[in-house]
Design a protein around this ligand. Structure first.
Ligand SMILES: NC(=O)c1ccc[n+]([C@@H]2O[C@H](COP(=O)([O-])OP(=O)(O)OC[C@H]3O[C@@H](n4cnc5c(N)ncnc54)[C@H](OP(=O)(O)O)[C@@H]3O)[C@@H](O)[C@H]2O)c1
Length: 302
């Protein structure tokens, strides 16, 4: 096997029954990791686990958990299964996600229940999994939170999805600092446009709800059905989880637009900077001098 190794590591991947989660599971397996795969339908993740080619010293299984039930800790179901592996968890991939309601927030289109469910699955569940599982993770472990469209710029008609994905990037930055002392790295992955069930929802929603640009982009990606897009994002996840990304934490990395295979060489430089983070842009950042801040004498910069 070429590429970064995850030999001997134990990884939990949510949303692994199909799409990106399944692609990540397959690449992690190839890189040497044992796997606990999670989605609502246990039969589906078990089928993925059972389809992996046998590899000496590695085991994979699946567990069914509905991550929209944020009042119930998913860890209640997952900890006993994790115990069965006989080693601490090394890698947590918060990949499960839903598109949520499509259409203007103020229109009759998006249902409030759908808005809330999106925040539950895309934000609260990852936060809860980190809260409950990080204390049980091995020092030096890695948490990967899958971000998505709308995290770094406005995405009209996808307010729940975009808000959840922006929040998970900030969650990544916060938790990265909190877990620095245990050398647990926390990264957000922007996987790019992927031909999955999620994109089919965008195409089916139509231009009136989703917007013409969104529907055209979704249709293009679905027609191209480019399997390399999924694999590129999965390989980026392997890189993040491996020692090749040592020293890089609290950052949002794009599988498509960033030169991630070589970023490990720049870990020091990245750590000293605000590169690959979410920040507010002010006139000074664009070379504009719009005057001094008001009453800045006693203020501290945040
Ligand atoms: N597709 C894209 O263009 C794109 C772009 C950027 C980011 N992303 C992100 O990539 C990640 C994977 O998306 P995908 O495109 O692979 O979507 P997908 O094919 O729809 O897969 C979503 C996965 O999440 C699981 N899931 C959904 N709701 C769940 C719940 N309540 N509890 C547990 N599991 C649940 C699904 O399994 P069950 O239905 O069996 O539960 C499935 O395994 C998501 O975080 C998404 O936001 C996707």
């Amino acid at each position: 096997m070429s590429g970064p190794s995850l030999a001997g590591r134990l990884a939990l991947v949510t949303g692994a029954s199909r799409g990106l989660g399944e692609a990540v599971a397959r690449r992690f397996w190839e890189a040497g990791a044992s796997l606990l795969l999670v989605s609502r339908r246990e039969a589906d993740v078990r089928r993925v686990a059972e389809s992996l080619p046998p590899r000496s010293g590695q085991t994979a299984t699946g567990a069914g958990v509905d991550l929209s039930q944020s009042d119930i800790s998913p860890a209640d179901r997952l900890l006993p299964v994790l115990d069965g592996f006989g080693r601490p968890l090394d890698i947590l991939v918060n990949n499960a996600g839903v598109q949520g309601p499509i259409g203007p927030l103020s229109s009759a289109g998006p249902t409030w229940a759908g808005w809330v469910e999106t925040i539950r699955v895309n934000l609260l569940a990852p936060a809860r999994l980190i809260a409950d599982l990080a204390p049980r993770m091995a020092d030096g472990g890695v948490i990967i939170n899958v971000a998505g469209g709308g995290a770094t710029g406005p995405r009209p008609n996808f307010s729940a999805y975009a808000a959840s994905k922006t929040a998970i990037v900030r969650l990544t930055e916060c938790v990265a600092e909190e877990l620095r002392g245990r050398r647990i790295r926390v990264l957000a992955l922007a996987p790019g446009v992927l031909p999955t069930a999620m994109l089919r929802e965008v195409a089916a929603a139509g231009a009136e709800a989703a917007g013409e640009r969104e529907v055209a982009s979704a249709r293009r990606a679905l027609e191209a059905n480019d399997a390399t897009a999924l694999d590129r994002a999965a390989r980026c996840a392997v890189w993040m989880a491996s020692d090749a990304a040592a020293g890089i934490t609290g950052r949002l990395i794009s599988a498509v637009w960033d030169p991630w295979p070589t970023l490990g060489d720049r870990a020091g430089e990245i750590g000293q900077s605000d590169l690959y983070t979410l920040r507010r842009i002010v006139p000074r950042d664009r070379g504009l001098d719009w005057g001094d801040p008001v009453d800045s004498g006693t203020a501290t910069r945040s």
